[in-house]
Design a protein around this ligand. Structure first.
Ligand code: NAD
Length: 459
């Protein structure tokens, strides 16, 4: 039976490691953050991800899942090693590969036999070949030779439904030049193979580009409907009806046609920027994605400006913020639109009472510059009380059924900004709210247009 090491125990590494151990494999998750590993060894899950705790607990108990900072031991005892570290944006938008390189070199420093090295991190085209090079360099320094293969196995899980996504993927992509490595990988995923999950077997470069193409396409689709929402407001159309009609077309599908305050998170923003950079580097610009990056930055500003345009001078105004995480069911605040929106509104003199069911602690780190203007609340009604407006930024389910009569009495003024369109314009107005959705036809003043240079400065 193959033993597996997963290096990088973040959202992807921890979910992948835990789920693979649940498939019956022996998995050691490695991280250089000793506090994270200490917590995991005490049964504390460092991230919020529904369903993950019981899988970790079960497999830790059955001694199939281990956590360590000792990469040497993990490499020594494993024949398949996943790299699942972060690949954040560098200043120019390209992916920073320093963590991937450092793990690849560590693997080479400690390898003692044939190893399959699997890139699960999202990495630019060419990284698989670089990993080979880094490993060979280290082996040469050691004066030893061991056989190894590199596989690109990008991950498509979504935070908030990561366990389900990992165990029920739409497809598994395996990019490698080695038949032997492919057999190892099929063994790793044999549970999915038997379940008739589609497997895409291809070369490393294709696998690397598949991941960026999929993420960039979805980001572009969101951006498309955001711009149609903005146009709808100008012309008095309703984007909800447009999205519904478009989505009925089987070639389009209704998914990712929900307008909002711009996409955020740890993947779409950095992966769109990285793909735009890869296109430029290879002389094949992906201009649709270059424009998506710009339009998405614009969208966050449009969302903030909507509040200012409706309410006028914001100095001294207190705004209730419901939802801070970049999307529901996660505590991840990376590139959350709430960060731009709150900072923009704070510049105009606003103060905030904010509530997020899970992400408040994380948000305090990301909003550190304006924390003196934010009161973090224990529930939605405490946040709304005595505020001049309510702004829904993240569509947590519990915000979909607010007691609207109570909301109305708690607010000083009935301004209701629904940046996720979870309520309907007509019914909210009939309840006496001054309601502003996204592209629901009531708002005529969006004219924030950044130039490429200005956007670069905001990224
Ligand atoms: P993360 O920041 O949550 O986790 C990365 C982990 O790697 C951290 O715990 C960090 O301490 C650890 N690490 C960094 N350098 C290390 C080293 N040298 N040795 C050991 N551990 C080290 O990142 P993530 O969200 O899990 O993303 C990881 C990769 O997966 C990225 O490339 C990302 O684009 C991709 N991805 C993420 C998602 C997602 O939803 N988060 C989905 C698909 C793909």
């Amino acid at each position: 039976m193959n033993s597996i090491a997963v290096v990088g125990t973040g959202y992807v590494g921890l979910v992948s490691g835990a789920c693979l151990s649940d498939f019956g494999l022996k998995v050691t998750c490695v991280d250089n953050d000793s506090k994270k590993i200490e917590k995991l060894n005490k049964g504390i899950i460092p991230i919020y991800e529904p369903g993950l705790d019981s899988i970790v607990e079960r497999n830790h108990y059955y001694k199939r899942l281990f956590f360590t900072t000792d990469i040497k031991k993990a490499v020594d005892e494993s024949d398949i090693i996943f790299i699942a570290v972060g690949t954040p944006s560098k200043e120019d938008g390209s992916a920073d590969l320093q963590y991937v390189e450092s793990v690849a070199r560590d693997i080479a420093r400690y390898m003692n036999d044939y190893k399959v090295i699997v890139n699960k991190s999202t990495v630019p085209v060419g990284t698989g070949q670089k990993v080979k090079q880094w490993v060979l360099e280290e082996l040469e320094k050691r004066g030893v030779q061991y056989e190894f293969d590199v596989v690109s196995n990008p991950e498509f899980l979504r935070e908030g439904s990561a366990v389900h996504d990992f165990t029920h993927p739409d497809r598994v992509v395996l990019g490698t030049e080695s038949k032997k490595a492919l057999e190892y990988m099929k063994h790793v995923y044999s549970v999915l193979y038997l379940n008739e999950t589609p497997f895409i077997e291809t070369n490393i470069e294709t696998a690397e580009l598949i991941k960026y193409s999929a993420n960039a396409f979805l980001a572009m689709k969101i951006t498309f409907i955001n711009e149609i929402a903005n146009l709808s407001e100008k012309v008095g159309a309703n984007v909800q009806d447009i999205a519904r009609a478009m989505g009925r077309d089987g070639r389009i599908s209704p998914k990712f046609l929900h307008p909002g305050p711009g996409f955020g998170g740890s993947c779409f923003p950095k992966d769109t920027r990285a793909l735009a950079e890869i296109g430029k580097e290879y002389g094949a610009p992906v201009t649709l994605i270059e424009q998506t990056v710009i339009a998405n930055e614009n969208q966050k500003l449009i969302a903030a400006k909507k509040v200012e345009d409706a309410m006028g001078d914001l100095s001294g105004k207190q705004l209730a913020i419901l939802g801070l995480a970049f999307k529901p069911n996660t505590d991840d605040m990376r590139e959350a639109p709430s960060i731009t929106i709150l900072n923009e509104l704070a510049k105009k003199g606003a103060r905030f009472k904010a509530y997020d069911p899970i992400a408040s602690n994380e948000a305090k780190k990301w909003l550190a510059d304006i924390n003196d203007k934010i009161t973090y609340c224990e529930n939605e009604y405490e946040a709304i009380e005595e505020c001049d407006a309510l702004i829904i930024i993240t569509e947590w389910n519990q915000f979909r059924k607010l007691d609207l009569a109570r909301v109305k009495t708690l607010l000083k003024q009935p301004y209701f900004f629904d940046m996720r369109n979870i309520y309907r314009h007509e019914s909210m107005e009939s309840l006496g709210f001054m309601y502003y959705g996204m592209g629901q036809g009531s708002y005529k003043e969006n004219h924030v247009n950044l130039t490429i240079g200005e956007v670069a400065a905001t990224i």
